[in-house]
Design a protein around this ligand. Sequence first.
Ligand code: PGA
Length: 249
Amino acid sequence: MRKKIVAGNWKMNTLLKDGMELAKAVEKLEKEKSSDALVIVAPPYTHLSRVKELIQGVKLSAQNCASEESGAFTGEVSPDMLKSVGVEYVILGHSERRAYYGEDNLLLNKKTKLALAKGLKPIFCCGEVLEEREGGKLYDVITEQISVGLKDLSKEDMAQVVIAYEPVWAIGTGVVASPEQAQEMHKFIRDLLVKLFDEEVASNTTILYGGSCKPSNAAELFANPDVDGGLIGGASLKAEDFLGIVNAY
Ligand code: PGA
């Protein structure tokens, strides 16, 4: 059985004090949750070690990591550093990293392999922009992102990987994919995993939906057989909304 997960990507939001308050509130509500989904928060780097001290049931993720192990890479944060402060997951390939920081599929493959080698669990993001969807290129784009991004991973590696499908046109826009659009792409991704790996990997891989997910639309998205939870941006910045999404399961 694959895990259900709801992960909150705080992006570049909250100062330390607010972030700590938010983490405390999420931890408190997580204890009372009515769903069996695993709850993850991904605060900014600066908050990770402090947030770690405030959470138990909630798991900790980073939003990115370096593609190199250590050394002269000014401004980068390595997977070992993240592990050393108790981080378990790392979001890789978010569309904002791809679009604003030029992260391509080859670099993301390198980051994914390094993160796995260091014992972090990647939340690997993929998604098409609107022109790609409208131009009928969406399946090619997703195929390329996943087959290059997850290239040369073993079945054991894949047991640690979570995939997040985040149509770029739905991120932070208030426009959410319809349950049918989400299910269609999640099924496509699962079928792709059969081709790239095997049936077992495909059926055990958690595939999250991301993009304008809210308490009001989460239940119908999560009701789809191939949608195993969500990667939440804006709505993860309020503990009640975030746990409202978790409880929609
Ligand atoms: P959003 O962001 O929920 O604010 O649309 C989702 C994401 O970027 O992970």
